[in-house]
Write a protein that binds this ligand. Sequence first.
Ligand code: PLP
Ligand code: SF4
Length: 458
Amino acid sequence: MTELPVLNTPPALRPPVDSSIFDYKDLLEGEFWRRIPAYADVDAATFLDHRWQAKKTIFRADKLLAAIEGLVPGGFIEDVERGFHRAPMAVRVSPYLLSLIDWSNPADDPLRLQFIPMASRFLPDHPKLGLDSLGEQADAPVPGLTHRYPDKALFLVLDTCPVYCRFCTRSYAVGQDTDQVEKVSLKANKSRWEQVFAYIASRPELEDIVISGGDSYNLRADWIEEIGTRLLNTPNIRRIRFASKGLAVMPQKVLSDDAWFKAICVVSDLGRSLGKEVAFHTHFNHSKEITGISARALRRFFNAGIKVRNQSVLLRGVNDTKEKMALLVKRMGHINVTPYYVYIHDLVQGAEDLRTTVQTAVEIEKYVRGSTAGFNTPTFVVDAPGGGGKRGVHSYETYQRGSGISVYTAPSVKPGKYFLYFDPVDQLSEEYQERWRNPAEQTKMIEAALHEARHNPK
Ligand SMILES: *Cc1c(COP(=O)(O)O)cnc(C)c1O
Ligand code: SF4
């Protein structure tokens, strides 16, 4: 028998931590909005009132630019004016959001990047990009209901949001028409909803409904109760979730729109009495979007016993480093938001400058996993273009780093099919950028990737 060595050195003590690791607890407080001249005289009671936030929300590019004139570096205004002409999404910016942007360096600000386009930063769209890249309309049995997965479906209740994101996957429908896009209509409309309820009731395999849009923030209290009650009273339904970007751009609503919040609670309480889950899904992308006001809003959900989960989008310049993503994840955990997904940016028109590579996602995931509780660690997913659904970013059949093509399969969603995702061309080597300029070479690269996926999967 071999003897085990005797360990007589005590285990090393962990060195004390650097105080910077607690940055996630350092939430912005105070009257930060007063540094914007237009809000210099606004007191806290006014700023915390969602009606004031809604009334002062800016819908037009010229109004936005007028509000920040004098704060921004030269050339910025013209750059944004040209940006709005080329953008597929309309403008909508709340005073809260406007106050959080660093106007002395708007070009690199993580909130400016998400909501306000600069023409000089635009990159050409990927040659393989389409307007409804996820094929949501192809999987819609009735207008505004996407039934792609076996037991869950996505209900697009309305087509407006409290903010418009440059990178919106649903730029085909969400927001007003722009110079670039005439939208598919998915207005809040009771007869359209009736078709959706009838379809859901007719499909016993459907158990789980995502109520999205558009955005649940823009649903009236009576609509929330009506939709929530109808769905929960459908025998096959076990789980519903309201999806909203609102907490990231106007947390005031949760604190001061009592009718709206009460409607969410009524639905949640009904769900609890029926043994069914009602959750709320939000959309924070950067730690700066979470302030003391957000923490108080989240506390209201927590006290009402409503689970809040978060879905982020991985965005270049916003959250595409391991440090930024880890800070966001920790800060969300701190305010009782469960980080659920980080989506690799969809192939969306006019937002190529915001996309990253699959490799970036793989590296960030590796760092974030292990940094906090497993249940507070988001899953990094690619929503496979063409309707494959969400796939774990690591689960590609092949990933051709040169051409930036990754190939996924989705056995329980669309068995036998292959789905392609494309890294942004500007992140590839000169040689491959050249090949993407040539349609014959594009076909060759795609065929090579598909061949590898079929014959030599990972
Ligand atoms: C994301 C999504 C769902 C919900 O999927 P989960 O993985 O459960 O969050 C349902 N339907 C569609 C079409 C979706 O895109
Ligand atoms: S909040 Fe969601 S649906 Fe609305 S514009 Fe942003 S990404 Fe699109």
